[in-house]
Ligand binder design. Sequence first.
Ligand SMILES: Cc1cc2nc3c(=O)[nH]c(=O)nc-3n(C[C@H](O)[C@H](O)[C@H](O)COP(=O)(O)O)c2cc1C
Length: 328
Amino acid sequence: MSRPLPGVFDQALASAVRAPSPHNTQPWRFVVEHDVIEVWLDRERLLTVADPHGREARLACGAAAFNLVICLRANGLAVQVRMLPDPAEPDLIAVVRLDGNQKSTAAERKLAEAVFRRHTNRRPMLDKDVPSAVRSALKSAALQEGGQVEYLDASGRYTPVASLVRQAEALQAEDSAFRAEAAHWTHREADSPDGVPKTASGPPPHGHGVVSLRASHENEDLPAREFEREPLLGAVLTRDRGPHAEVRAGMAMQRVLLTATAEGLATSFLSQPFETPRTRASLDRLFAGLGQPHTLLRIGYGYPTRLTSRRPVEDVLTHRAGSDVPAE
Ligand SMILES: Cc1cc2nc3c(=O)[nH]c(=O)nc-3n(C[C@H](O)[C@H](O)[C@H](O)COP(=O)(O)O)c2cc1C
């Protein structure tokens, strides 16, 4: 049986909490027992209006599990990962168990290092195309985790998806509960341990872009800026649907985001159409035959923006009684 080196679990957990999550809710907690780390969904942190079933929260937990795993592997540790292993415990997202040593690869080390640079960039992107070799690298990243990236320009779905983003945005603007929930989690101070700080918001768009940032993620203190008219948009899909597919999609999404970061790309999300039932059903129909869409990523080149904070690891970590944690 393997035994974690002192400090390796600390580093892995510090990586895990750098995962993206809707409105930076950080809907996760971790339990360490000897050579195992469990990733749990924290239901207290669900967006009850935008994400009542925890779909986006499971994507975030899948991303956190991916960060854990890539950090352990980059440190020369082999791991076994079981996703949603216990039907009686649907909130147990993943069990990551050490499984001996294994030489790390340069690719693993590159992704593990990108964990601490990846962030959501809500500023306009530069007028520079993403080369086809890089587009292919992102597709391969998703495939490696059992997911899929479908570029909307290549698939002829750009215009209908952009229209669903706008429709969802309009529906959400009319929904006072939605607006209140978004207001609660956004426009925070820069050092807020959760939620989206104003410093991570984008400038208001000048004129009407083809796709829009969320109104709640605009910072009115910044002058309006022209956004790119047709950003590269990639949908993350899985073959199946349901909680298991959502965790897998979260892992695939995170490998894509870290690969993009390592390639010098900026990324952001457009989740509005997933959050209203009508537009989500239309999205499902649009991708029927290809797979289940889980999230939509905007990908391009941009100037890095500020990282957002996280709650300290101690706040989200429990050591299970009897766990044999090596002394530091
Ligand atoms: C499933 C999911 C959906 C998200 N949807 C949006 C979105 O629609 N708009 C947006 O600007 N950011 C979105 N985000 C990004 C989060 O707001 C962001 O991850 C969080 O604030 C933490 O910031 P960071 O990504 O810069 O570390 C989403 C993140 C996840 C995981």
